[in-house]
Every structure is written in structure tokens, then in C-alpha cells.
Design a protein around this ligand. Structure first.
Ligand code: SF4
Length: 336
């Protein structure tokens, strides 16, 4: 379901723009649907008021909580069931953040990722993306939404951008607290600067070698690391927010001295932050997590060489590891 389907349903019940915005604002903030200002011009038409319980039911059915997996770091991994029984993962992050999914499955097929293993199963509608935020807001405050869950947002661009626009307006989330995460796609660099809400941008680089990137991210658009960084720099300078480069650090794959030299060559002097995230070992996939001390040393040395670098653990890594594992486990159990 798309957000404009809900908007049309409201309009068919006699809602004017002010009423539609009131209902959608209340929904996105996880309030009762008739919550809002009381002056006469905002009063909801009778037909709309009578239809609110049924609408509420529909909206709640877009994303239901299948299970909750709290972590020692304060994050909570949520397995979310969609109306057709498919599942996606959202993660409530420490410091009022939320990571949402944009697709069921993913077509990029990164060789180290569980989500990519089965390819793309289906797109999420914009309302389903937003429903993950509403569901999370019923549990705790959410002031930052990152599109880093299951799926490649660039492959569901219209729906993700619609969701971003809603969150950045009626959803009351600061634009730089909306983070669009992508492997790098020319359509993203073309569309993001034109939107009414400009999110921050995270670019998954993972290697500075074009040949290795083609192996690790087999169906990512064929942009070289140099092209990705050049486009990223342009967007960062035009929005005023630094690019967050993501680097899943995998032992023996992208942790060499040559790769570190490559990072310095590409990112030194750029308006950028390098997030280095040691890989969460997934038994089925055969890649290894590097030793934490070694990862810390690599991050420290990049920092000393002029690349702003942070070493991070992916949230909730003590519970079912990386993105896609909860769903994969459920799928194995329930045959979804
Ligand atoms: Fe898709 Fe991201 Fe997994 Fe790659 S890492 S397959 S882009 S979900």
C-alpha cells in the first residue's frame, strides 16, 4: 500500500487537505487518528470520523510485531509481519534511532549478506515503510530513521522518497536525521538533490577496488569507487551534511594495507565520515569477523592519516547477527 492510497481514501470520505494532514500526522506520530488541533476548521467530517476505526485497523495491519529481540547495547531487533504474511526487520537503535527495511529481500546480492541470498521477493509500499516507523514509535521515541535495513532503497526509489518526504514533514523528523543508504546508484545522485526533503546519505563502499566490488556486490550498478565518491562529495557539499561511508570489515577480504591506502587516497580531504563495521559472522556464509583490536588499529591509523573514521558494531550484533538473519531463521522455521 502506498501513502497516496491512504490519502485518496481520506479524500473519498470528504476530508480536506487540512483533515488529511491531521490524520496522517497523528498516524505518523503514533497518536490516535483524530488527535490534533480543535478549531472548527480542523474538525473532521462525520463520515471520516465514523470511518476512523476501520482505517486504524487497516493501518495497524500494514506492519505487526511478530517478535522482539532486545540486545545488551540497548537496541531491539523487531521482526515485522506485513499484511500478506511476508516479514522484514526493523531495528530500534540506541539514541532514538530506527533502522527500517525498504524491500523484502534484495536484488544486489552482496555475497556477505543473508538478505541478498534469495534475491528480491517484493517491494515495500511507502505506507509499509512508514508503518515500521509507527510501530517502533509505539515502543519508544524515534527521532532518526535510517534506511539501512533489508533491501536497497535505490531499487525502490519512488516509495522510499515518498516515505522520506512524509517523515520530514508530517512525521516531524529533521531532514539530516533521515539517512538514505545505498550501494551507489546514478538515479539516487540525480533524484535526491531535487527532492523537497533532502536526507543525509550513507554510501556502502566496502572496497576501493572496482574489480573486488563487482565480486562482493555482484548486482550493484557498475560505478567505480572513484565515481561514487565524486558524486557523494557533490551531494555532501550541496546539502551541508557529510557523507557516511560504510565499510563492512571482513578478515582477509578488505582489511589489507592496500585497501587502507586506497581509503586515504579516496577520502582524505572529503566531507565524509568513514564508518568501519566489523563483519558479523554468519555461519552459512563463510566470511570472518576480524579481531576487534586489529579493527581498532586500522580505524586509528586511518584517522591519523586524515580520514575521519569511527569503528562501530552493528546494533544488536549479539542477537542473530546481521540484517536478514532473523527473517532467514523464521523462514526456515515457518516456511515463509
Ligand atoms: Fe542488499 Fe544491503 Fe544485503 Fe547488499 S548488504 S544484499 S544491498 S540488503
Amino acid at each position: 500500500m502506498q501513502i497516496h492510497d491512504i490519502d485518496e481514501r481520506l479524500a473519498s470520505l470528504g476530508a480536506k487537505t487540512v483533515h488529511r494532514q491531521r490524520v496522517l500526522r497523528a498516524w505518523l506520530r503514533a497518536q490516535a487518528l483524530d488527535h490534533g488541533p480543535r478549531p472548527a476548521e480542523h474538525d473532521l467530517p462525520l463520515a471520516l470520523r465514523n470511518a476512523l476505526p476501520a482505517l486504524d485497523e487497516t493501518l495497524q495491519g500494514l506492519a505487526r510485531l511478530r517478535s522482539v529481540h532486545p540486545s545488551a547495547d540497548g537496541s531491539e531487533r523487531l521482526l515485522v509481519e506485513l499484511a500478506d504474511g511476508q516479514t522484514v526487520e526493523s531495528v530500534l537503535l540506541p539514541r532514538e534511532g530506527l533502522c527500517v527495511s525498504s524491500q523484502v529481500g534484495c536484488a544486489v546480492g552482496c555475497v556477505f549478506c543473508m538478505t541478498g541470498r534469495d534475491g528480491l521477493l517484493r517491494q515495500l509500499g511507502s505506507a509499509e515503510i512508514l508503518a515500521q516507523v509507527v510501530l517502533a514509535r509505539r515502543r519508544r521515541t524515534v527521532r532518526k530513521v535510517v534506511f539501512m535495513g533489508m533491501g536497497e532503497p535505490a531499487h525502490n526509489l519512488d516509495n522510499v522518497l515518498d516515505a522520506i518526504e512524509m517523515l520530514g514533514t508530517l512525521g516531524d523528523i529533521g531532514h539530516k536525521n533521515l539517512v538514505f543508504s545505498t550501494v551507489g546508484d546514478p538515479r539516487v545522485f540525480e533524484r535526491l538533490p531535487r527532492g523537497p526533503v533532502k536526507p543525509a546519505l550513507a554510501l556502502s563502499l566496502h572496497t576501493t577496488r572496482a574489480d573486488l566490488r563487482a565480486e562482493l556486490l555482484p548486482r550493484a550498478p557498475r560505478m567505480t569507487p572513484e565515481e561514487i565518491v565524486a558524486e557523494g562529495e557533490h551531494y555532501a557539499r550541496s546539502t551541508g551534511y557529510p557523507i557516511q561511508y560504510q565499510w563492512t570489515l571482513i578478515e582477509g577480504v578488505n582489511d589489507s594495507a592496500e585497501e587502507m591506502d586506497g581509503i586515504v587516497r579516496l577520502l582524505k580531504g572529503k566531507y565524509a565520515l568513514m564508518n568501519m563495521i566489523p563483519y558479523n559472522t554468519v555461519p552459512e556464509l563463510g566470511f570472518k569477523r576480524p579481531d576487534w583490536e586489529r579493527a581498532r588499529e586500522l580505524a586509528r591509523s586511518l584517522h591519523a592519516r586524515g580520514v575521519l573514521t569511527k569503528l562501530r558494531n552493528s546494533a544488536g550484533q549479539d542477537i542473530d547477527g546481521g540484517c536478514g538473519q532473523l527473517r532467514a531463521r523464521e523462514a526456515a522455521t515457518h516456511k515463509i
